[in-house]
Design a binder for this molecule. Structure first.
Ligand SMILES: [Ca+2]
Ligand SMILES: [Ca+2]
Ligand SMILES: [Ca+2]
Ligand SMILES: [Ca+2]
Length: 328
């Protein structure tokens, strides 16, 4: 038996938050927001999805109109909630301005949905006709520096309509918080702001104590990865369910016990690393024969679902060093 060691170049850690991936049905994914979203300025036969501010840390609680999974309509109205201060969010705006001009007959689009790869933390769509103007209040916090429609004299104002029975726009937030589905019907504008968790970087140490982080491509055993705690990051609030490492799942011992422990094993990913005084989360991932390709240089840990760490989706990247075992 001969071991062929493939030493691959080190990869610098990515340091910025990443924009979540988006997929849409019956919605136009329209990129950055245009300058002017006033009435009849940016019309389309489909509702359009615009990116607003990315990776904003909320300095105070942000009021939202839906903060929990469920189906909402006039018959089952939304409940208000808040996204707590300190949460890092990325904002999108659904903007439906149909190819008609008020007071023409309202036009309806049904079966719309948008799926993100990080959790939806809240939806905002009230515009002051009845109750608070959560849309207007949030424009200056997470919106773009553009012109929003502020007219409130028409019968159908800016937001999605769950409140008065006119031109109804039912909304469903999926149980996993990744998908918002809706119908929209308007002769002016229907808008809904979607706040999703920004995906932030955490420091990891693949194979604590070792560097380079070499492992066999034989798919046997488990691969330990530590999420490193720090002064401002408490790893104990991460729900380990659905953590993945480059596609590998958390190893399970016995019937359903995840192989996760909390100990101070590392402060950085270096040879002989030892504790730095901050508790780390050590996760063992179940290796898989088909998972690795020779030449891969980066392992990526992710967690997408909502948990107690402020609703934040996390990722951490580190270098890997794939070792091929060949039989002669
Ligand atoms: Ca129009
Ligand atoms: Ca409507
Ligand atoms: Ca290591
Ligand atoms: Ca540590």
């Amino acid at each position: 038996m001969k071991k062929l060691m493939l030493f691959c170049g080190l990869v610098l850690l990515v340091t910025s938050a990443q924009a979540p991936a988006v997929s849409v049905t019956d919605v136009a994914d329209a990129g950055g927001a245009p300058d002017n979203l006033n009435l009849d300025q940016v019309e389309n036969e489909l509702p359009q999805l615009f990116e607003e501010q990315q990776g904003v840390e909320l300095s105070e609680d942000l009021a939202v109109d839906i903060d929990s999974p469920g189906s909402y309509s006039y018959a089952g109205p939304a409940t208000s909630g808040t996204i707590p201060a300190g949460t890092i969010v990325t904002s999108y705006l659904v903007h439906y301005d149909p190819l008609v001009t008020y007071p023409a007959q309202a036009v309806e689009v049904t079966g719309c949905s948008i799926t993100f790869d990080t959790p939806i933390l809240g939806l905002i769509f009230r515009s002051g006709r009845l109750g608070p103007d959560t849309l207007g209040d949030s424009d200056g916090i997470v919106g773009s520096s553009l012109t929003y429609w502020t007219a409130d004299t028409l019968s159908n104002v800016r937001g999605f309509d769950l409140w008065d029975g006119y031109d109804q726009d039912p909304i469903t937030l999926s149980a996993d918080r990744l998908t918002v589905s809706f119908d929209t019907k308007a002769n002016t504008i229907d808008e809904m702001r979607i706040l999703v968790a920004a995906e932030i970087e955490v420091k990891i140490d693949i194979k604590p104590g070792s560097f380079p982080n070499s492992f066999n491509i034989n798919g046997k055993g488990v691969i330990p990865v530590a999420i490193l705690g720090s002064d401002d990051f408490d790893v104990t609030c991460i729900d380990p369910e659905s953590l993945t490492f480059s596609g590998l799942d958390v190893a399970v011992r016995g019937k359903d016990k995840l192989m996760v422990s909390y100990e101070d094993v590392s402060g950085e990913d270096v040879e002989g690393a030892s504790g730095d005084g901050y508790v780390d989360m050590v996760i063992h991932f179940q290796d898989n024969t088909d998972n690795w390709e020779l030449g891969s240089t980066e392992g990526v840990l992710k967690r997408k679902l909502y948990d107690e760490c402020g609703g934040t989706a996390i990722y951490g990247a580190g270098s890997i060093n794939v070792v091929q075992e060949t039989v002669e």
